[in-house]
Design a protein around this ligand. Structure first.
Ligand code: ADP
Ligand code: MG
Length: 326
């Protein structure tokens, strides 16, 4: 039977918005000495917004089509052309079929501009890379540079270099960015690019500090987002170990590597792409406010509010409870 101390910890946790899905998790949580965080929706708010829309034709200067890097850098300020609207409407058509946070932000931005969004068919998602679908008789691909490298591979794409350079510039500013590529029978062509930002949770840095104070030796970030954006956010939060551009199975590999060196490894995540890593960790923690159903079902502990200080609290409560048991 469950010891009284564990039952009382479960109910104390409940009052503070920490849902332990079983007494055994209190014992494990009390031992955590390494913790891995997903980025999007966990360390950030997950309220992704579209900030830049740039049709390739409007990114080219009028004198012969040379690349104007200042124009690229400030593309949000330049947003006003019909070409940008057409690009956004096409992207929204594809993304209306996806539930990804980048997709939701794209559809929302098109709605804000009252753009007419066509129907898309043959939608397909490529995990950690992007999506494609048929719109108006052409295939529209939306994805990150890895999508271009692996899905479109070595096929020749008109505007490839300009598009990749623009995306790199935007990523350097901490923005998650994707290319939009059209495919017809004749050719592949970069139509433009989109960039997004998300807000770092205001209490995330303090939470990381509290975890370290409470004996967590190693804190890492595991994200499907690109390296430059991940580094930018990690620096803001005082996380020194970052692994970016990860597919769901690669997040699992990192959890397993941590397990070789630590007593108990916790993983905190919110997305479908985190589910395998959550299942591998010794203790998995889901975010109640924003998490997907899959992540919440997999989680051993659910933080019912989005107050991140509930996490160090949960570990402290567990540690204290263990002490009364042994
Ligand atoms: P995470 O939640 O850790 O950021 P994901 O695996 O969900 O990781 O996404 C990783 C990357 O894959 C995104 O940053 C984006 O570049 C690309 N991606 C995934 N889904 C989409 C989509 N619907 N549209 C465009 N890009 C996508
Ligand atoms: Mg996430």
């Amino acid at each position: 039977s469950t010891p009284a101390a564990v039952l009382s910890a479960i109910s104390a946790g409940g009052r503070q918005g920490v849902l332990f899905k079983g007494g055994e998790h209190i014992e494990t949580a009390g031992n955590v000495d390494a913790i891995a965080f997903d980025k999007t929706g966990t360390l950030t708010e997950g309220n992704t917004r579209l900030t830049d829309v740039r049709a390739r034709e409007t990114a080219l200067s009028t004198d012969g089509g040379a690349l104007d890097s200042d124009l690229l850098a400030d593309s949000a300020l330049e947003y006003n052309s019909n070409a940008d609207d057409r690009l956004l409407a096409l992207a929204a058509a594809v993304q209306s079929r996806s539930e990804h946070h980048l997709a939701e932000a794209t559809v929302e931005a098109a709605a804000d501009r009252s753009l007419e969004v066509a129907a898309a068919s043959d939608f397909e998602a490529v995990v950690g890379k992007g999506v494609h679908a048929t719109v108006d008789g052409q295939t529209i691909h939306i994805g990150n540079p890895r999508y271009v490298e692996t899905v479109l591979e070595d096929r020749s794409i008109d505007g490839r270099e300009i598009g990749l350079e623009a995306v790199r510039n935007l990523e350097n500013k901490g923005k998650t960015s994707v290319l939009v590529v059209s495919e017809t029978d004749e050719e592949l062509s970069v139509l433009g690019w989109l960039a997004f930002t998300d807000t770092i949770r205001p209490d995330a840095a303090e939470m990381i500090e509290q975890l370290r104070e409470r004996g967590v030796e190693q804190v890492v970030m595991l994200t499907g987002d690109n390296e430059r954006v991940a580094q930018y956010i990690a620096e803001e939060l005082g996380i020194d170990e970052v692994y970016a551009s990860l597919l769901p199975e690669e997040k699992v590999d990192h959890i397993e590597a941590l397990q070789e060196r630590h007593e108990a490894v916790a993983m905190v995540g919110d997305g479908v792409n985190d589910a395998p890593a959550l299942a591998t960790a010794d203790i998995s923690i889901g975010m109640g406010g924003v998490g997907t159903d899959v992540a919440l079902e997999t989680a051993d502990i659910v933080l019912m509010s989005d107050k991140l200080n509930r996490l160090p609290y949960a570990f402290a409560l567990s540690k204290e409870t263990r002490r009364t048991l042994y």
